[in-house]
Design a protein. Structure first.
Length: 214
């Protein structure tokens, strides 16, 4: 599939690398068409990998992964362009973290709204699926690195979009994928972050995840 990965940070790099290794045609998007991190990533990939602006990456993609800083995600999507996102599945991995008061960050939206819902409201013609935001970038694409079978959540308003992303998650190695319902479930998924941050401190590693026992 043709897939855009918007973001050149740890998450963009992990997701784009995994997708390219699985044989997808991946374009990594950034604000600049000549972003150095994206160029470095392309140089290390098999044929078919490319880079571009957020808009160039989104234009030709069937699926768009959102791997941008939470507080600027809507800016990045506006740069990607409404027309380039219309009718597409947007996989939202971003967390609404506010680092303005230092560590640990707080959530700039929570409880009765979420970043996932803000994205869906701002781009009503797109199909937003929230997932993967509850684990570290390495665990996202290699859940087997953590002993024990982890659970992953996903939510969104469109069943077909969720089915497509469930398949991609399974190709990443996720076996226990739990559909939490419409995009308002992003409130709960984003609220996992405060406990994730505390566990990171307590365990001294980011290589962990959550398992729903039932
Ligand atoms: N790190 C993790 O393990 C992890 C785990 C779960 C969820 N997340 C979430 O995943 C997202 C990505 O995290 P990350 O650590 O990989 O990267 P990040 O540093 O949070 O974000 C990097 C991206 O944000 C873009 N950006 C920065 N300022 C911008 C602006 N003013 N306008 C538009 N775009 C801007 C950058 O664009 P340029 O490329 O143009 O510089 C870059 O592509 C975040 O929302 C984070 O909370 C991270």
């Amino acid at each position: 599939m043709k897939i855009a990965v918007l973001g050149t940070g740890m998450v963009g790099e992990s997701i784009a690398t995994k997708l390219a290794a699985l044989g997808h045609e991946v374009c990594m998007g950034a604000r600049s068409a000549t972003n150095e991190k994206a160029a470095d990533w392309v140089a290390r990939q098999p044929k078919g990998a490319s880079q571009g602006t957020f808009a160039e990456a989104a234009r030709h993609a069937e699926i768009v992964f959102i791997c941008t800083r939470g507080d600027v995600t809507l800016d990045a999507l506006n740069l990607a362009g409404r027309d380039n996102l219309a009718g597409k599945v947007l996989v939202d991995i971003a967390n609404p973290l506010d680092f303005s008061k230092g560590m640990p960050p707080t959530l700039f939206v929570s409880n009765d709204d979420s970043l996932g819902e803000r994205i869906q409201r701002a781009f009503p013609d797109a199909q937003v699926v929230k997932t993967l935001n509850i684990v570290n970038a390495d665990v996202m694409v290699n859940p087997g690195q953590v002993s024990g079978e982890l659970s992953m959540f996903l939510c969104g308003n469109v069943a077909e979009a969720k089915a497509k992303i469930r398949q991609l998650l399974e190709s990443f190695g996720w076996k226990d994928v739990l559909d939490l319902g419409d995009i308002s479930a992003a409130r709960g998924m984003e609220s996992v972050l405060p406990i994730w941050l505390r566990l990171w401190q307590a365990l001294g590693t980011a290589s962990f995840g959550f398992k729903v026992v039932r």
